[in-house]
Ligand binder design. Structure first.
Ligand code: TYC
Length: 115
């Protein structure tokens, strides 16, 4: 008795069928860089300089020298960058600064903008 024969391959490939010799594009990596946001401090006439320096040290991990530099920049130019973060981190920093300012009854303003 003879063995059952394997199904015959079509003599011509079906359209769209892959061949071993085909070149297949590498899949695109699907990771996207997150948008980044600048956290800004705004100048005012009432918030003590020492409080602004404290805020920069406490919430933006700056040392005394960097904090003083940023504070004086804001004092002279009206606005300055405290740091650049992803959206949720920037949002948290803004909230922490505004909360600390409110608790200490200072009018210090802080905001964020997309880079
Ligand atoms: N201009 C304030 C003063 O003379 C100091 C100050 C600096 C306030 C930076 C806010 O974001 C600020 N006391």
């Amino acid at each position: 008795m003879s063995e059952p024969k394997p199904p015959k391959r079509p003599a011509v490939d079906e359209p769209g069928e892959r061949q071993d010799t085909d070149v297949v594009a590498a899949p695109k990596p699907k990771t996207k860089k997150p948008s980044m946001y600048r956290v800004l401090l705004l100048n005012d006439d009432y918030t003590p300089m020492e409080f602004v320096v404290y805020v920069l040290e406490r919430f933006f991990n700056k040392n005394r020298e960097e904090s003083t530099h940023i504070m004086l920049h804001v004092h002279h130019h009206g606005v300055g960058v405290c740091g650049i973060y992803t959206y949720e981190v920037a949002e948290t920093k803004v909230a922490q600064v505004l909360d600390a300012a409110r608790r200490n009854q200072h009018p210090l303003q802080c905001t964020m903008e997309r880079e």
